[in-house]
Structure formats: C-alpha cells, structure tokens
Design a protein around this ligand. Structure first.
Ligand SMILES: NC(=O)c1ncn([C@@H]2O[C@H](COP(=O)(O)O)[C@@H](O)[C@H]2O)c1NC=O
Length: 516
C-alpha cells in the first residue's frame, strides 16, 4: 500500500506518517513534507523518484504528473486500467494526505500583495485531492488532519479502510475545494472591484456554532460567518458571559447592531424580534440607556440592548434592574462586568470596533422557496440634500430628531413609522400591512409610555411615502410638528397641504428604506 503525503499544515503529520509506516504503508512525499518526515525518522520516497521529473518552477509543478494521477485514478476493478498501468510502469497510490497552501490565511494578512496571494493558490494539491476523491472506491483521501486517527484505527482493524469511510472522506474533499475556490473567486472579484451580480452565485461561510434549534424548536440551525471583512461585525463578537446564543438571539442582535451603526454619539438601542423598541442618545451611555428604557419599559424586558460606548458601572446597575437577554458593548468596565455577571441568564458580548459598518458592496440575501434573492445592502441613509417641501422649516432640534427618526425607521420592519423627540424614540410602529396603522401604533406607543404631552413638538419618520394625507392628519392631531419621508406619491400634494394647514414642516429624502 502506498500513501502520498503533501501538506502545508504539518501539524500531526509526523505521528500520522509513523503510524502508517508501522502498518506497512510506503510513503511518498513532496519537498517540504519530505524533509519534515525524513528529519523525524520516517522513511520516505521523494516525489521526483516516482515522477522521474524534478520538482520545478518554485514548487508550482511537483505532483502534476501522469505517474501520480494515473496511480490515483486507475480503477482497480477495471482490468483495462490495470493493464495500462502495468504497461506504463505506474504503481497505484492508495492513500492521499493533502492539505492546501494557506490561501485564506494569506489574504487575511494586512497589506498582502496580489502576487503573494496568487502564489498561495494551490494547484497540485486540489488536483490530487480531486483525482483521489473521484476514485474514492479505491483511494482514501485525507484533507482534514482531524481524520488521521480515523484512518489509522480502520487500518489497524485489519480490514482496510471501509467504503463508507472512503466515501465520507471523498465528500469532505469536494466541500473543501469548493470552499477554497470560492474564497479565491471572491478575492479576485474584490481585487477587480467588481460589484456586479454574477451569473452564478456562490458564497462560502465557516461554521461558528450549532444551535440547539432554529427559529422554532423543531428546526435545525447553525451560525456561519464570512471569512473576510468581519471586523466590528456581529460574527466577530466575543461572548464574555452567559448561555450559548440562540438563532433568534443572533437575528435580533443583528437588527439592533445595524441600527446602532448609524450613530456616532453615545447611543443605546433596545430591540425585540429584530425591531427597535427603544432608542436613546445622550451625553453618555447612561443617559442614552435611560431614554431607551423609558421609551418602552415593557418591550425591553427579555430584549437586546446594544450600545456604542464602554458599558460603565452606573449603566450596568440600571440594566440589572430588569431582565434582558443580551447586552452588546465595545467593552465593559470591570465593575460593570461584575454587576451584570451576577445574573446567570444574561448573555454579554463585546465587539471591539462596534461602529464599523459592512462594506457597501456586501450582499443581503433572502431565501425564497427554490431560489434566493440577492441585493446589495441598504448602506446609505440619505441620497443627498434634504428638501423642505412645506412653508415651514424645521427648527434645529426638530432637524436633529428628524434625522434620528429617519435612522430608526430605516432599521424597522415595513410599514414603519417612528416618532422621536429630544434624542429619544418615543413611538415605534413596526411591520404593519398599511401605513396608517403603523402611524397609529407609533402614536399609541408614545401615549402609553410617555403620555399624550410627549407628542407635542415631536418629529415623525415614515420609511416610504404617504399614499394619502391620513398619517399627516393623525400626526397633527397628536401634536407632532415635523415629518420626514421619501416623497414620491402621486398624492404628495395632499400631504404637503395638510402639513401647511397645520403649520407643520415636512422634509423629503428622495430615498426609501423598505425593510421586509
Ligand atoms: N505544484 C504541485 O504539483 C503541488 N503538489 C502539491 N502541492 C502542494 O504543496 C504543499 C506541500 O508542499 P511541501 O511538501 O513542499 O511543503 C501542499 O499544500 C500541496 O497541496 C503543490 N503545490 C502547488 O500547486
């Protein structure tokens, strides 16, 4: 039995090769692997002895030779194949142990040149892996060092490596080379600054964790992360305390974080089922948290609280008065951590560069039955200049609140209406099937938690245009004085007129933010 070993990651390879040798397997190897094994006392045949050809072009050609690939691809049950091998004096290779040039690790290094990245694209390795995997009935192919023990155990059993195991090893190869090639393709696309939607759509992710279940207990679920550009994003979060995150935890936290990233000043976002339920800004996170909490003290219970400044002791004490599922902050003071850790069931996450936004060319994906919808993320907030369409202009404070309401509405499920006053969300109407209901819900929200008077002088945002003037009428009746919306309805004039009649200001953004 012959094994060909050619590995970049040399961890565990000496022990594995020694065990193979003890089991009577003859070992063939390439340059660096050969050296490592020989130095450790393993008897190795150099690849050039098998190919009759020197390794050349700085290692670009080592194993790319018919003596290797015919030895891998010959079907042992096919007499014609075996006859040809004999005529060509080629011996079979029965085990292939290959792991590839570290392309991923290379491109993750800061400042890596394209030349270096390209030199780290493995050609001979995937070719061997694919040849061996195609002929899995006759060849055992090991791409993952975690499978070394499995192979040794089966060989020790005396019955050889089972067909089942060989098929399992083969399936890992194609998953591995697909992942590897997808990373290369994505790198090339980035290098070309190509943000076109490709003819065939391939992305690759790495598993972070399996979850106990998905959105519901009868659904299976796992969390996968992208390989590059995850700094500051949810998948780079470090969990400091608490139980494992669930599917819904991750989805909901994502909603909260995407909204948080719109703010530069100290801000706290409280979120439930991926919709914001309370948002506060202030001089510090304490002030911001109190505003977010007061805006809806009911929904925040069991919710998610994220902030863009270090979580201090005073804020931790405040948060600790209620039950929240998850807290995310860039960092925690020692005292704050101690206070929050006193609760077993709270999950505490840290994301260092929490304000970092996703690359604007990132994709947003939605699975539909039998297909997938792909779009670039909704990265912009405003398209350009805001246009005041009413006789009245908003005041300076109203302007600040309008922008805040606009940021919140962008990250609230459609149809959405949000109401903001003095840096605090006071009413949020998410996910309604018509706009007036969203408007009424936002107003009701404010009335319930902050009283009718809170609406006097407040500002309102709508994620898409008003089809009728009914929302303006409802806002005017509640005491709201300024509105921000995309504009673009054939009945825009009705809404503008209604604002003028009630001495309100209205701004058009010329940009819609549906979120379904
Ligand atoms: N060019 C070839 O024919 C070739 N054959 C195997 N390799 C790779 O060379 C690496 C091992 O090299 P070494 O044994 O020299 O350290 C492995 O990652 C293997 O996948 C090759 N390198 C790149 O394509």
């Amino acid at each position: 039995m012959r094994a060909l070993i050619s590995v970049s990651d040399k961890n565990g390879i000496v022990e594995f090769a020694k065990k193979l040798q003890e089991l009577g397997v003859q070992i063939i190897s390439t340059g660096g692997t050969h050296k490592t094994l020989e130095q450790a006392g393993v008897k190795v045949t150099g690849i050039s002895e098998v190919t009759g050809f020197p390794e050349c072009l700085d290692g670009r050609v080592k194993t790319l030779h018919p003596n290797i690939h015919a030895g891998l691809l010959a079907m042992r049950s096919n007499p014609e194949h075996m006859k040809q091998l004999e005529e060509l004096k080629i011996e079979t290779i029965d085990i292939v142990v290959v792991n590839l040039y570290p392309f991923k690790e290379t491109i993750l290094k800061e400042g890596v040149t394209r030349e270096v990245a390209i030199e780290n694209i493995d050609i001979g390795g995937p070719t061997m892996l694919r040849s061996a995997a195609k002929n899995y009935q006759d060849v055992a192919v090991v791409v993952d060092p975690r499978d070394y023990d499995l192979v040794i155990d089966e060989l020790k059993s005396g019955n050889g490596i089972s067909l089942d195991t060989k098929f399992y090893l083969c399936s890992k190869v194609f998953a591995h080379t697909a992942h590897y090639d997808t990373l290369i393709a994505a790198y090339m696309k980035r290098e070309r600054q190509d943000n076109n939607l490709p003819e065939t759509f391939t992305m690759t992710f790495e598993k972070v964790q399996e979850m106990r279940y998905g959105e519901n207990p009868h659904q299976k679920a796992a969390f996968y992360k992208e390989v590059v550009n995850t700094d500051g994003l949810l998948s780079s979060a470090v969990q400091l305390h608490g139980k494992e995150l669930s599917f819904n935890n991750i989805n909901d936290t994502n909603g909260a974080l995407e909204l948080l990233k719109e703010f530069e000043e100290p801000t706290v976002v409280a979120c439930k089922h991926a919709n914001p339920c309370g948002v506060g800004t202030g001089e510090n996170v304490y002030e911001a948290y109190v505003k977010a909490y007061n805006s809806d003290p009911t929904s925040i219970f069991g919710g998610i609280v994220v902030m863009n400044r270090e979580l201090d002791e005073k804020t931790a004490e405040e948060i600790n008065k209620i039950f929240v599922e998850i807290v995310v902050a860039p960092s925690y003071s020692e005292k704050a951590l101690e206070i929050l850790k006193s609760k077993k069931n709270i999950r505490l996450l840290a994301i260092e560069n929490i304000t970092t936004k996703q690359d604007e060319n990132s994709y947003d994906l939605k699975k539909v039955a039998g297909g997938i919808l792909v779009q670039t993320i909704d990265s912009k907030l405003l398209s350009g200049e805001l246009k005041t369409v009413t006789k009245k202009q908003p005041t300076e404070q109203e302007m600040k609140d309008l922008i805040m309401a606009w940021k919140i509405v962008k990250h609230t499920k459609s149809n959405a209406i949000t109401i903001v006053k003095n840096g605090q969300s006071i009413g949020i109407g998410p996910g309604q099937v018509n706009r007036i209901w969203a408007c009424k819900q936002a107003i009701e929200h404010a009335v319930e938690f902050l009283g009718e008077d809170s609406l006097k002088g407040a500002t309102l945002a709508s994620d898409a245009y008003f089809p009728f003037s009914d929302c303006v009428e409802a806002a005017a009746e509640a005491g709201i004085t300024a509105i921000i919306q995309p504009g673009g309805s054939i009945r825009d004039n009705d809404s503008i007129e209604a604002c003028d009649n009630h001495n309100m200001s209205m701004l058009f953004t010329d940009m819609r933010h549906f979120k379904h």
